[in-house]
Design a protein around this ligand. Structure first.
Ligand code: SAH
Length: 250
């Protein structure tokens, strides 16, 4: 059943639209004015009529949650978020520390991995980004397992015994001392950076600090289009996003 604070995905059979079930009357695209309390306690898979159009209520996928993100900063893509989640190995119940929040897209992917009982603590230095990320995380239905703290992670991280520290900020090498203090032994640091220069500095610093299993990869994704005449790679693919570096604390 649909519970208050959850995100629902509604499909008209063609497209999927997300809606936060806040229990309040909201204005949301493409529905118009919706009284979301009508959807409370409905069963997933049920049909609902909103402003004379019929939708089927679906459990949201991670992609549905990410599609709803209003973006100000450049957001992490699904393929890179997937590698970060896989290599940090985070799952239900884990404590994860992240910086910065940006638009909160990576935060949502991390919450998706640690829900329903984990905790994500995200540090952010800019109030405007923190506000956007908070709204996006709430719209994705993850406010209950996420907190955004105002602060600079190169100065301090309060948490201890974290399973992972995930960094998407310009100078991850300046955060390694604090990240190592926050991680539990064997915990994984992940840094996402767009340039090779940042990769080199981060990897060298991680080795100097005595971190082990230091690994940097780039993930390339190519979509295949299956058409009536045959199947071939899409002509438009994303050329470059970023590199993922992971390293473990002894
Ligand atoms: N991963 C995010 C995008 C992050 S953009 C997403 O998917 O939406 C980088 C963010 O890091 C910016 O919001 C910036 O303000 C913040 N930031 C930069 N340096 C920081 C630091 N030292 N501590 C905390 N946040 C920082």
């Amino acid at each position: 059943m649909v519970k208050k604070g959850e995100m629902a995905a509604l499909t008209d059979g063609k497209e999927v639209f997300s809606l936060l079930i806040s229990g309040e009357v909201v204005k949301a695209k493409p529905f118009g004015i919706v009284d979301t309390s009508r959807l409370l306690d409905m069963v997933w898979g049920e049909e609902v009529e909103i402003n004379e159009r019929t939708y089927t209520l679906l459990h949201p996928s991670l992609a549905d949650r990410l599609c709803a993100v209003r973006r100000k900063a450049q957001i992490v893509t699904l393929k890179d978020a997937a590698v970060i989640v896989a290599r940090t190995g985070i799952g239900g119940g884990d404590l994860v520390v992240e910086a910065g929040a940006g638009s909160g897209a990576l935060s949502i992917a991390l919450c998706h991995a640690i829900a329903p009982s984990g905790q994500l603590v995200t540090y952010e230095i800019r109030e405007d980004f923190a506000a956007i990320a908070r709204d996006n995380i709430a719209a994705a239905g993850y406010s209950h397992i996420s907190v955004i703290k105002m602060g600079d992670v190169s100065k301090s991280i309060e948490e201890r015994e974290a399973s992972a520290v995930v960094l998407d900020l310009p100078e991850p090498w300046g955060v390694l001392d604090n990240a190592m203090l926050a991680l539990r032994p064997g915990g994984v640091l992940a840094a996402y950076v767009p340039t090779v220069n940042q990769v080199e500095r981060t990897v060298r610093a991680a080795r100097e600090k005595g971190m082990f299993q230091v690994l940097c990869t780039e993930t390339m994704e190519r979509e295949l289009e299956i058409g009536p005449g045959g199947a071939r790679p899409s002509y438009s693919s994303i050329g470059h996003t970023g590199y993922v570096i992971t390293a473990r604390r002894p």
